[in-house]
Each structure stands twice: as structure tokens, then as C-alpha cells.
Design a protein around this ligand. Structure first.
Ligand SMILES: NC(=O)c1ccc[n+]([C@@H]2O[C@H](COP(=O)([O-])OP(=O)(O)OC[C@H]3O[C@@H](n4cnc5c(N)ncnc54)[C@H](OP(=O)(O)O)[C@@H]3O)[C@@H](O)[C@H]2O)c1
Length: 433
């Protein structure tokens, strides 16, 4: 792949204050930043710290930019709210941290066509238009990197694209959404209600004012689509991924889980099948002592299973300005070092995947006590094996809950078995042991 032109030279190696000698390239890369929000300002802070003299921040673009100005940004950095300034500039790399599909997608395509490399953390954009942008980058001999788009500061994309390239991956399981993880881990640890945990997540800046994309699994589905593409070399649209909401989980569900050394997390799963991929994002009971059950707050985790290497676990802070900015700056350094992560290349010629949804797993089911007999009958009629149940006792109130644990089946099979239940107020979760 062709390399963009370099500007002023710096020394061939740099001794960091800690005494660690790092390789640096022999030229400076000029960086233009699109979006000065949580991640954008954190990236600017790292670039302005001069820790990496090979990266020179030259432009900051944001709408109504005047209100964004910061005294710690050097005076030679130009602030603009005109995208044409960026496209016509001598920036080598454009870093997109605005989010959303439009105009981010259009502007990145223009930047690539204008001869600039592109780094982005935008999972919606890459999951939706990644292949198209990778092709433009390839056509113009420019680099497209998006390591920060999945799992924030945990370098999972680069790890599967490069570090695990020697092992055909069979399976991925991860907790990829910091907002859901904050909500669920705090419902578990502190006994908070869903609403209380969501409010805390919003106050801490982990959840947006409208958290629907997180809660409904759309955000994690975008990340899983990018991961699956990089890991399996097959193209997946986020809409093809079965996503179930974490809404409806109650303290009772956590109590039932805890009795069995389980907890609840929003789990993203991908598995190679004979004809393609099985993919889902859904709240799942997982072992409390397993990597998926151990992640707290805004942490993310990914467990990969390879044909030769078996399980590999990646964990860390999946969201927040600082960790995500580190992933962005690492991509910038990779571009400056001419190191291709290979993630965008995996996008180029990936054929479309045949996608299946539901995994076959044991399930937990909560229903109204009053409907316990009806539930048991429906499960038996559907041939779903009942492993354990705690129905209503004589002393229980009629409006209490009944709990049933069933053997292997899909969530869809359970939904189908119970679709005619009077109140429709049952709730189920797959169990991943
Ligand atoms: N935050 C995280 O932890 C995290 C983690 C991983 C990936 N990401 C991704 O990183 C990207 C940035 O996230 P963020 O949390 O930093 O978002 P943010 O805080 O909302 O910042 C976005 C910035 O871009 C500006 N902007 C948005 N649309 C624009 C437009 N059309 N024209 C000009 N400026 C525009 C916004 O300006 P206003 O101030 O006017 O709104 C804001 O300053 C997103 O793609 C996100 O998915 C974020």
C-alpha cells in the first residue's frame, strides 16, 4: 500500500522519561481532528503533551468551534468549523471522533480521496460502511484504521487481525458495551434497580442521554459485526445480528443467578458454523468466576477460541475518553510507522456471511406464580426439558414469581412455546456455563 508524503524529520529513536527506548519513524505526521468531545479532547491532550513528537496536531474541527477552544492547545493549532479547511489542508491523517453515519462517512471518503489517511473510533460507521471506505482507502493507497471502534482501550481488533492471525478462530464471546455492563454489574453488586444504575451510568458519563442503542444491543451488534469480519473474514451487517434488550431484568433474576454462582451480563457471541456464522447480542447468565462474569463497570472483555491456540482473553477499559484516546493514538502511531494492522484489509474482499441467530443453550425462565402450571404444561408440550423449578407454594402470594431452569434450547424455541401464555409477562435468559 502506498505511503503518504512526510514532512519535517525528527530523531530516529526517542528515550521516554521512564527510560524505555521506542522506535519512532523519521518523519512527523500532521494530524487533523474532527470532533472535540469526550474522545476528541482526550486525543488532543495526548497529542499536545508532546509524548509523541512524530504526531503533530495541526487542526481541530468542530461545529460552532469557538466555544470549544482550550488554553492548553498550542497557538499554532488551527480551530475551524469549515470542513473544507481540513480537506484542503496539508494534514497527513484525519481523525474522526464525531460519531454518527452522516456527515462523518461522506467527509472521511472525501479525506481519503484527498490523499489523507483516516483513523476513526466510529463503530456505527465502520459496521455500516467499513467495506466501502476500505475500498476507497485501497484505491487511493491510503490507510484506514479503526482500532478504537471496538472495546475502546482494549486492543482487540489489532489482536485478532495481527496477533491471532496464525490461528483460525472458531468462537468469540465478549462483553462489549460499557453502559450495559455498568448497569448490570451495579445491579448485581449494589442491588440497584435498572433505573438507578442507568442514572448513575449517565451521571458518570458512561451512558448517553438516550441509551436505547446500548440497552437494545445495537451498539454491541455494530462492534460484533466489525469483530466478526476481522476475525472470520466474512462480511456482516449489524442488522443481521440478533439483538435482545437488557430491559426487564430485575433483582429477582440476579438473586436466582447468585444462588447458582452465576451473574448476568450483556454477552456478544460469534461462532463459525458449517455455512457461515452464528451471531447474537443478548443478556445472558454467566458464571460469576468466569472472565465474562468478572468484568465490572465500564470494562470490556473478549474471549477468543482458536483452532490451535485455544482460549485467549483480552480485558480492560472499554469506554471513556482516556482509554479510547489511547487506542486512537496507537492507530496514529501505527500509521506513522507504516504498520498496517490488517483490519481494513480484512474488510476489502470479505464475502457476505450467511448469518444464523440463536445459540442452543440452557435457559432460565421467570414467570408469574399464577401461571406456573400453564408454563410447565407449555414447556412439556414443546419438548423442552425442565431441569429445575420453584413454583408457587401454598404460602406464596398469587402475584409472586416462579422460576424454571430448562435444558438446551434456543431462546426462539422458548418464546414460541410460551407465546400463548395469558399475561405474556414471562422473562427468559440463556445460560452460558
Ligand atoms: N466515549 C467513549 O467512551 C467512546 C468509546 C469508543 C468509541 N467511541 C466513539 O468515538 C466517537 C466520539 O465519541 P464521543 O464520546 O467523544 O462523542 P461526543 O462527546 O459526543 O463528541 C463528539 C464531538 O463531535 C462534534 N460533532 C458531532 N457531530 C458533528 C458534526 N456534524 N459537525 C461538527 N462537529 C460534530 C460534537 O460537537 P457538539 O459538542 O456540538 O455536539 C462533539 O464535540 C463516536 O463515534 C463514539 O462511538 C466513544
Amino acid at each position: 500500500m502506498a505511503i503518504t508524503s512526510f514532512t519535517s524529520p525528527v530523531s530516529a529513536s526517542l528515550r521516554r522519561p521512564q527510560g524505555r527506548v521506542v522506535d519512532v519513524p523519521t518523519a512527523v505526521r500532521k494530524v487533523a481532528l474532527l470532533g472535540f468531545g469526550t474522545v476528541g479532547s482526550a486525543v488532543a491532550e495526548i497529542l499536545c503533551s508532546k509524548t509523541f513528537p512524530q504526531l503533530q496536531l495541526t487542526y481541530i474541527f468542530n461545529r460552532n468551534v469557538a466555544r470549544k477552544r482550550q488554553p492548553w492547545v498550542p497557538s499554532d493549532v488551527r480551530w475551524t468549523d469549515n470542513i473544507e479547511d481540513i480537506l484542503a489542508s496539508d494534514a497527513d491523517v484525519v481523525v474522526e471522533l464525531m460519531g454518527g453515519l452522516d456527515p462523518a462517512g461522506e467527509w472521511l471518503e472525501l479525506a481519503l480521496r484527498a490523499g489523507k489517511c483516516v483513523v476513526t473510533a466510529n463503530k456505527h460507521l465502520i459496521a455500516t460502511r467499513g467495506q466501502e471506505l476500505a475500498r476507497v482507502a485501497h484505491q487511493y493507497g491510503r490507510r484506514l484504521e479503526y482500532g478504537a471502534s471496538v472495546a475502546g482501550g482494549v486492543p482487540v481488533l489489532n489482536a485478532v487481525a495481527a496477533g491471532l492471525a496464525g490461528d483460525p478462530l472458531l468462537r468469540l464471546q465478549g462483553v462489549l458495551n460499557g453502559t450495559c455492563n455498568y448497569i448490570l454489574s451495579n445491579m448485581d453488586a449494589k442491588g440497584l434497580s435498572f433505573e438507578e444504575a442507568l442514572q448513575q451510568a449517565q451521571a458518570l458519563g458512561y451512558a448517553e442521554a438516550d441509551p436505547s442503542d446500548d440497552v437494545n444491543g445495537v451498539d454491541a451488534a455494530c462492534k460484533l459485526a466489525i469483530l466478526a469480519q476481522t476475525s472470520f473474514g466474512l462480511s456482516v451487517a449489524p442488522q443481521q445480528i440478533l439483538a435482545r434488550s437488557i430491559l426487564g431484568i430485575t433483582a429477582e433474576d440476579f438473586q436466582q443467578a447468585r444462588k447458582r454462582a452465576l451473574t448476568i451480563r450483556q454477552v456478544s457471541s460469534a461462532e463459525r458454523t458449517k455455512d457461515g456464522l452464528r451471531l447474537s447480542v443478548q443478556p445472558t447468565m454467566v458464571r460469576s468466576d468466569a472472565p465474562l462474569g468478572q468484568v465490572r463497570d465500564n470494562q470490556n472483555v473478549l474471549v477468543t477460541t482458536g483452532q490451535w491456540g485455544g482460549e485467549t482473553i483480552f480485558a480492560g477499559r472499554g469506554a471513556g475518553g482516556g482509554p479510547t484516546a489511547v487506542a486512537v493514538v496507537s492507530d496514529l502511531l501505527a500509521v506513522a510507522r507504516h504498520h498496517d494492522s490488517g483490519a481494513a484489509r480484512a474488510h476489502l474482499d470479505a464475502p457476505d456471511a450467511q448469518v444464523e441467530g440463536d445459540f442452543v443453550r440452557p435457559h432460565y425462565l421467570r414467570a408469574q406464580s399464577a401461571e406456573f402450571a400453564e408454563v410447565m404444561h407449555a414447556l412439556e408440550c414443546a419438548g423442552i426439558q425442565i431441569e429445575e423449578s420453584s413454583g408457587p407454594s401454598r404460602w406464596e402470594k398469587a402475584n409472586g414469581s416462579a422460576f424454571v431452569f430448562v435444558g438446551d434450547c434456543t431462546t426462539a424455541a422458548l418464546e414460541s412455546a410460551l407465546k400463548n401464555l395469558g399475561s405474556g409477562s414471562w422473562f427468559c435468559l440463556p445460560i452460558c456455563r
